[in-house]
Design a protein around this ligand. Sequence first.
Ligand code: PBG
Length: 326
Amino acid sequence: MSFPHHRPRRLRTTPAMRRLTAEYRLAPADLILPAFIREGLSEPNPIASMPGVVQHTTDTLKRAAAEAVELGVGGIMLFGIPETRDAEGTASLDPDGVLNKAIRDVRAEVGDSLVVMSDVCLDEFTDHGHCGVLDSDGYVDNDATLEIYAKMAVAQADAGAHVLGPSGMMDGQIGVIRQALEGAGHVNTAVVAYAAKYASAFYGPFREAVDSQLKGDRRTYQMDAANRREAIQEVELDLAEGADMVMVKPAMSYLDILADVAGMSPVPVAAYQISGEYAMIEAAAANGWIDRRAAITESVLGIRRAGANMVLTYWASEIAGWLKES
Ligand code: PBG
């Protein structure tokens, strides 16, 4: 029998030993809570495919943000659902539009004690549901969209966002947004680039969450699930354009991408555990097929282990609450 025969198992003998030798652990500060606010609601509206997640009113959003602060959560990522939509997503530029107002309200509630992030994308604001404006062939027009993103970014920074999250996967979006922010004097507004964002079937529940009008798909602008190398190119371009942080999205089916990006990125790396990942675990747990809390913890730990410094997850506050208990 060789000498180190029982070596790995010795470190698993007690909970205290496992805790001491754990290579990774979850902390509330590494978690970011994505949150939806819908214009014109008087009561929060449950999202059927995301049990436990709602479209917020101003009041309940402020409460969720305050609770996140209380729990030590690192950040909140805001998405707005407007009452009126048009082909250009004009409502996104209104300083009193749903998202810009929500940023202001949340900042008034939390100040600097929570990093307030906001989605810079047109899909919630267009009547066709695409992330940009369309040309006469119905193709998403990259450069015409960039002009609107630049204005959206300034409006969101004016409203008080600490970090902007451009999620539309237009080429050049980070550079255009950085330049617009500098031009408007918002030198300290950071940008988290959705650098490697894949066209994914797992966004399904999000489309319900934002009442998406999308008929087709986003395959002409989001990445193809078949590609790994290309993620590095996307990250390098975004870094060259001034990204302060980079994101991989979705998380669980893309842990190899996350590990690649974590291995080369000189800036913090985020991963987004998206709506479909949330829905799958909730559905299996509701059926009694998996242990809900254990599965949630394992899934987020796996994302951290693959290399994410921070994780966007709809369970952010709940996990933070568990961490506080233990
Ligand atoms: C686009 C956007 C999407 C998500 C975040 N930002 C949807 C999409 O690209 O179709 C998905 C998030 C999730 O599924 O949880 N603004």
